[in-house]
Write a protein that binds this ligand. Structure first.
Ligand SMILES: Cc1cc2nc3c(=O)[nH]c(=O)nc-3n(C[C@H](O)[C@H](O)[C@H](O)COP(=O)(O)O)c2cc1C
Length: 152
């Protein structure tokens, strides 16, 4: 079975919860799924398909567990031309200018390194969606369909 990694950046567990909830959808689509709570750059270097679930803290900042991964991306500038990814960003629109800042920065960083985003980024606004899963589950179902990701 092909491997799919879900890389998680979270402060309070919401993004991890999303990863755990969507994992069975990918398993049903034919993937072996690993959730990475302490991601490293090797997780994306050899990988064809990756989903990121990343919340924002501070003022548009990455959650602490995700900072080493971002630092490695910046320091090593790996060529990620083989990487196709989806991105679920968690945030809160009451933070105005920094809404989903971490997810948006990550998206720009991955694009600069040659990775290809499949479909649009999902931005889950805590002001509108109390449980991020409520937005993430249908989004992932549609994503798998529209991007023809089903392998089994
Ligand atoms: C101290 C703090 C700072 C935050 N800063 C931002 C921010 O700059 N931009 C944003 O969109 N959301 C911000 N948020 C909202 C979180 O990203 C949002 O609640 C998210 O769902 C948390 O996900 P998590 O449980 O995975 O950490 C902040 C939340 C807290 C508590």
């Amino acid at each position: 079975m092909p491997q799919l990694n879900i890389l998680v950046g979270t402060m309070y567990g919401g993004a991890l919860d999303v990863a755990e909830q969507v994992k069975p959808l990918f398993e049903a689509a034919g993937y072996t799924v690993s959730i990475k709570e302490q991601p490293v750059v090797e997780d994306v270097k050899e990988q064809a398909l990756t989903l990121f679930c990343v919340s924002t803290t501070g003022s548009g900042d990455f959650p602490g567990n995700f900072v080493p991964f971002v630092r490695q991306l910046k320091d090593q500038s790996p060529a990620l031309t083989e990487l196709n990814y989806g991105l679920i960003a968690l945030g809160d629109s009451s933070y105005d200018d920094t809404f989903c800042g971490a997810g948006r920065s990550l998206d720009a960083m991955l694009e600069d390194l040659g990775a290809k985003r499949l479909g649009e980024r999902l931005e889950v606004d805590a002001m509108e969606t109390f449980m991020a899963d409520d937005a993430a589950l249908p989004w992932v179902e549609t994503w798998i369909d529209e991007q023809s990701l089903k392998v089994a």
